[in-house]
Design a protein around this ligand. Sequence first.
Ligand SMILES: [Zn+2]
Length: 451
Amino acid sequence: MEVSKRMNRPRITIFDTTLRDGEQSPGCSMNVQEKVRLAQQLDRLGVDVIEAGFPIASDGDFEAVQKIASSIRRPVIAGLARACKPDIDRAWQALQGAAHPRIHVFLATSDIHLKYKLRITRERCLEQAREAVGYAKSLCADIQFSPEDATRTDVPFLCQVVEAVIAAGATTANIPDTVGYSTPEEYAQLIRTLRETVAGIENVTISTHCHNDLGLAVANSLAGVLGGARQVECTINGIGERAGNASLEEAVMAMRVRPDRYPYETGIAAGQLYPSSQMLAEITQVPVQPNKAIIGRNAFAHEAGIHQDGVLKNPLTYEIMTPQSVGVPDSRLVLGKHSGRHALGLRCEQLGHKFERRELDEVYRRFVVLADRIKRVQDSHLLELIHDMTHGITPAPGRKSPAAASVSASVPHAASAAAGRDGYPAPLPAGPFRGGSAGEHHDQEDYLWGV
Ligand SMILES: [Zn+2]
């Protein structure tokens, strides 16, 4: 693809809400430290906006937003607030250290929410939205407004609310399909209607926020983009309330693999998609479904003989993108007990864990013990091992060979293992390679940890 062609494509803002909407879903809660770690990975992934939390919801949420805001400088950091002063104040307080803060104000606009949840009239809703955005704007330049349950809101009323919040200072108008009810054609039409009827809409960014209750979240988001939206809200692995949100990796790769249909650019470093997915699964301990598009275990697995044959001859026969393009490690690289520390460190990095020398030593010690027991160490095993290590859990005893047991017990013993015994590599002979100065590490030394 020529650079000039790519340069002309509209840029889509990727707004990640894994830490807010995603974290709200059952089983996906994270502590402050885990949120900061994931936010650092989202930064590496290249998302434009990180919705770090809902500061008034809990002290933990507040602290997470505060820590992320003060430590991650490139992306916009957003904090969620209901359309009332205490929420907005709390969000603004949490965002104080941010280089690029955004307050995200929301208020439901559908009749069913107004009548049964908020018990207010449309007139009151309109007034409250206008006041809340005006107040938030007095604190922060970057204001996003979301009319919750927008897709079930009376369209003329929705247009009225969006127009009012733009006049009050909103810079992004997010149109949530809160209950995952819309369809691609309908959602695209809604975005087009807003563009055609709302005064001032050309000065703000229209955003999508689609839930996956009918499995249409990504399709709806992309339809919204075709309709004129320029921000997509999404999450890693598609986590989120109920059936989840639009999956970031799917939305981004649809644009990348099909620029003929979706001629848009994002700032996403696609090679970080798989590491991000793996890190989230490891932190939450919520596994990714094997057939999940883009980053699932089977997404690039070819079982049938005819497929394998075709892929070996030319990957394009059955693959529309390469595993490497989304950061999936080369599956032909099998980790076993003969793998060196370098290969192990590389695989850990591909899985989202970069270790210091001494930490990697510990990972390697545990890895060797495990590899001796199970022969082929899969990514899931490695992640489990890393999880146990970082949580201070000692490895399960299991069945070990005496040699492996000595490795786990005390490393220096390993060096005294007899040459070639039990099928282990012989220790390196003394010679020029072993005579390096203290603290110098040769690749060969890796093997000493394994014998
Ligand atoms: Zn949502």
